[in-house]
Design a protein around this ligand. Structure first.
Ligand code: CU
Length: 957
């Protein structure tokens, strides 16, 4: 199976008339930071120069969506989902001819759109038609090859791993391996569906994300190479086949049976089954180790459940309950459009391959429905469209703000260090094609009105008690009348400095935090989020631009870049904006060229009155439901009656590039423990030498702790036992320690079926600050001893010494995603500069992906666990974090004594103070968060690997 990397660089997709956009950009703004606002960019057709295309209002509509599969149209038939690899990626013809995709469903991206009713069954056969996997993956406590100090080479580390039998070939690896591996295994997950996890009673697969469908070539390889160290498990006497229990070769049959939601409740009251609520969901591979690579290569598609909400809206706007959703129908030209936005479109996806040629390194770009050039939509003034928007981005920079802007905008890409950044430019003189860079405030002023119908596939719900109803949100009213500190004016003589000041102003107080995150007429979408919005074409004809703007407060990268810009002025990374579509608004004509009557006025908010009743399944989860009551299955267990079922877990850890430096030097307790750890190890033969720490080349006998090959991201299963075991300074294991994915984790959360729980999820990935002027003994690359300071303290030190102090170890907001059951989210709490938590959620709502803010941020939600028992997962939807082990198995259990929630005397609420919520769910301080992020258990290694394996304490100073 050969994949030609040589073709990767010339992928199409970006071509406009004349030079490609990319080459234009390279020629124009390489090395530039934000363009000075006075600069204009002209199409310069007259000079024969490169161009930005001007959208003509005469242009015809080019909007395109994948083909549609409706199970109801094909009774008894399976949808064929063939996972194929492109032998010659440059030749692939996807919907938008996106370039060099490597893997796809049926040869195109996105995959087919599935539209089904809430009581139907989706049957599909997933075939893995990929070739043999080339990958070799290090399993064990090895350092990241890209973050080694002087004197240690990646080859040394790999040789050591090979010698110890820990450089494994992917065809024998399984789901227990955390890290990037097995690019050519696959499976499928229905993101957002309330459906049975695992298998159906008849053995077909339902939403089974533990299943691994391996390809025939790898299966053959296992038989041919059974003596390989990688396949030791195959030689165990009890192993009777070439497959693990959770593996299948070649294909798998799935049946997603989504009717009969809340079956227990309906059986109990003698009511008839209830269909799955209608909504915008999606499907994508969920194969641990390769999820990031497969989803980012375009393996994703819409999964739309249709039902009463849609029929009511259709009836009102088109006069018929079931029009073709892809055709303009009725007085208002009503149509649905599907928008799959992906920030990164990875074109080559086998990074663990043996040769550089097969590794990642080809071009990547953004894509909308698989197309990397924006397409056009035509609307008549007053027309109403429903857009189902999916943020299918997979990475830490995939947080997006969806909006529609008046005018034609385009993006200019510049190269900042090794990462591209983009800046919006606006067409300011159509007569000569002049585009002008625009400030953030100017962009905000061009935003058009949007109405939000649903989030994460659930129609918005409001009210309480007996008065619960569906609603629509007028996004013009969302935090209206405020300004975003990020939009404040920029000093043209010191743009980076004043942008940094604006950034810091976001965290000054509670109101500033809210004003930065919650903006009128836009929808904040973390990777994996969906939102349904109505857009009503303005009365003013012209070109409008649908954009997803990058979120700069999602991580420390932007702040860090602005700080660096003090000493290297051209390195300010910009946000990343994606042009989703151009909307040409113009009155229409008939085939004879005569004007047709204008569309009459319609108040979109009036649709609220036609929305159907809310099914009990989507009623807000009350505190009373969370409380253990008499007659409940767990009511008879000692000390449970009257208590609330609660749970608190924490996401934590850092990327390898940001790992703080830890050495045996110094006289703090960590250094002493580290020293003792090394000596004990050496006394046992020094087995771990080079694996996760290395001798400092100019200081024999002293050691530096290396960043691990897999990211340190992990999840703790309980905060109850929130202290390290002090009895053993070497291996402090506790439930509060971060744990990497283990499909049979004995400490997994267990929820009692048909009850509700309240969860608090913390993010203890924290920013670390360092004096980067000194090169500490044991220095390794850009790694410094990082101090866990509050944002205010770090900023004060930076202000006092901007040449040297930096936010050096960067943290990120983790998008928490849970399968099977949506969450009634009550709080999303962002820490201000002093660490005080600010709830940015104006009203509770249903979600299945929830951004958990870094630096000790918190979300609080309640969830019901009806209908299904069995294991499923929660995980970070930055999918590389997931592949690296930031995933946790959870289980809905049928018997009360199996549940392991934490009974508490109180719960949180949407309007309680953050302090009151913290009294229920105690927070870690920064020093404890540092410990949490530094220490995790990886059960994939036979010993139950702990990292780093000795007690660690945050540095102070
Ligand atoms: Cu994450």
């Amino acid at each position: 199976m050969a994949h030609k990397m040589g073709d990767a660089g010339n992928g199409g997709g970006d071509s406009h008339a004349g030079l490609s956009r990319r080459s234009f950009l390279r020629n124009t703004v390489v090395g530039a930071a934000a363009l000075p606002l006075a600069t204009t960019v002209t199409t310069a057709r007259a000079q024969g120069g490169p161009t930005i295309p001007v959208v003509s209002t005469d242009a015809s509509e080019t909007w395109a969506e994948p083909w549609v599969w409706r199970p109801g149209d094909w009774p008894g038939q399976q949808l064929a989902m063939n996972v194929v690899e492109n032998e010659n990626p440059a030749a692939i013809v996807g919907l938008g001819n996106p370039g060099d995709i490597l893997f796809s469903y049926n040869g195109a991206t996105p995959g087919p759109t599935i539209r089904m009713k809430g009581d139907e069954t989706l049957a599909l056969r997933l075939r893995n038609m990929l070739g043999r996997d080339f990958g070799k993956t290090v399993v064990g406590p090895y350092p990241d090859p890209g973050a080694l100090p002087d004197g240690v080479s990646a080859d040394d580390v790999m040789a050591k791993a090979e010698q110890r039998g820990q450089l494994r070939e992917d065809f024998c690896l399984g789901e227990h391996t955390n890290g990037v591996h097995s690019a050519r295994d696959t499976n499928i997950h229905t993101h957002g569906l309330h459906v049975r996890p695992g298998r159906n009673p008849d053995g077909t697969h339902s939403d089974n994300v533990i299943l691994r469908v391996i390809n025939q070539a790898d299966y053959n390889e296992r038989q041919a190479q059974i003596d390989s160290p990688s396949c030791a498990w195959l030689r165990e006497p009890e192993q009777t086949s070439f497959l693990r229990d959770d593996e299948q070769t070649g294909y798998a049959d799935y049946e997603f049976r989504i009717g009969d939601v809340q079956s227990d409740m309906h059986a109990a009251i003698g009511a008839s089954p209830q269909p799955h609520p209608p909504g915008t969901h999606w499907y994508h591979p969920h194969i641990h180790g390769a999820t990031h690579n497969q989803v980012s290569s375009g393996m994703a598609g819409f999964l739309i459940i249709e039902g009463d909400v849609d029929e009511a809206i259709n009836q009102e706007l088109t006069g018929t309950r079931n029009p073709d959703p892809q055709r303009k129908t009725g007085t208002y030209d009503y149509i649905e459009r599907l928008m799959l936005v992906q920030r990164v479109f990875v074109t080559t996806v086998d990074p663990d391959a043996e040769t550089q040629e097969l590794k990642s390194g080809g071009q990547s770009s953004q894509a909308v429905n698989g197309a990397s050039t924006p397409r056009t939509i035509r609307m008549r003034p007053g027309a109403i469209e429903r857009w189902r928007v999916l943020n299918g981005s997979v990475d830490g920079r995939g947080f997006k703000r969806f909006m529609v802007l008046k005018g034609q905008f385009d993006t200019l890409t510049s190269q900042s260090g090794n990462r591209p950044s983009t800046q919006l430019v606006k067409l300011t003189d159509p007569s000569n094609g002049t585009f002008t860079p625009v400030s953030r405030a100017e962009v905000s002023a061009d935003k058009q009105q949007l109405y939000q119908l649903a989030f994460d596939g659930v129609t918005l719900v409001e009210g309480e008690g007996d008065d619960v109803r569906y609603t629509i949100k007028d996004l013009a009213q969302q935090n209206a009348g405020t300004t975003n500190p990020l939009d404040w004016p920029i000093d043209p003589d010191a743009p980076n400095q004043s942008m940094l000041a604006n950034f810091e102003a976001c965290y000054a107080d509670a109101a500033s935090v809210v004003n930065c995150y919650v903006r009128p007429n836009e929808v904040y979408l973390a990777p994996g989020n969906r939102s349904d919005v109505f857009f009503q074409a303005p009365r003013e004809p012209g070109v409008y631009t649908v954009v997803t703007r990058g979120v700069v407060v999602h991580a420390d990268n932007y702040q860090n870049g602005l700080q660096n810009a003090y000493t290297a002025p051209n390195l300010s990374p910009g946000p990343e904006d994606i042009i989703v579509a151009y909307v040409i608004v113009e009155e229409g004509t008939d085939s004879g060229g005569n004007a047709v009557p204008s569309i009459p006025d319609f108040d979109v908010m009036s649709l609220v009155s036609v929305l159907p009743p809310v099914p009990p399944y989507l009623y807000p989860v009350t505190a009373d439901e969370v409380r253990v009551k008499e007659g409940d299955p767990d009511g008879g267990i000692a000390d449970r009656l009257g208590q609330y079922r609660t749970r608190s877990i924490a996401y934590s850890g850092w990327g390898a590039a940001d790992f703080p430096l830890v050495t045996t030097l110094g006289d703090d307790e960590t250094s002493a423990n580290f020293k003792a750890f090394v000596e004990a190890d050496q006394a046992n033969g020094g087995e771990l030498e080079l694996l996760r720490y290395a001798e400092i080349s100019d200081s024999p006998g002293e050691y530096v702790l290396l960043s691990p090959n897999i990211r340190t991201m992990a999840i703790s299963t309980s905060m109850t036992d929130a202290v390290f075991d002090d009895s053993d300074p070497m291996f402090p294991i506790s439930a509060a320690m971060g744990r990497k994915f283990n499909p049979t984790d004995p400490l997994r959360p267990r929820m009692l079926e048909s009850t509700a729980e309240e969860w608090a999820v913390y993010n203890y990935s924290i920013s670390l600050w360092a004096d980067t002027s000194a090169t500490p003994a044991g220095q390794s690359g850009g790694h410094y001893p990082g101090l866990p300071l509050t944002r205010a303290e770090g900023q004060a030190r930076f202000a006092a010494d901007p040449s040297n102090w930096r936010l050096q170890t960067k943290a990120v907001d983790h998008p928490f995603h849970i399968h099977q059951n949506p969450c009634w989210v009550m709080r999303i709490e962002v820490p201000d500069a002093n660490g005080n938590l600010v709830n940015i959620l104006d009203k509770p709502r249903w979600q299945d992906v929830i951004m958990v803010p870094r630096n000790g941020g918190r979300i609080v939600f309640r969830s019901r666990f009806p209908d299904y028992v069995g294991t499923y997962v929660n995980h970070c939807h930055i999918l590389l974090h997931e592949d690296n082990g930031m995933m946790q198995v959870i289980e809905a259990v049928p018997f009360a004594d199996q549940a392991n929630y934490e009974p508490k005397g109180g719960v949180a609420s949407a309007d309680a103070s953050a302090e009151d919520v913290s009294a229920v769910y105690p927070r870690f301080d920064q020093a404890r968060a540092w410990q949490q992020s530094m220490t995790f258990v990886d059960p994939n290694h036979s010993t139950g690997q702990t990292y780093p394996g000795f007690r660690v304490f945050a540095p102070t100073g």
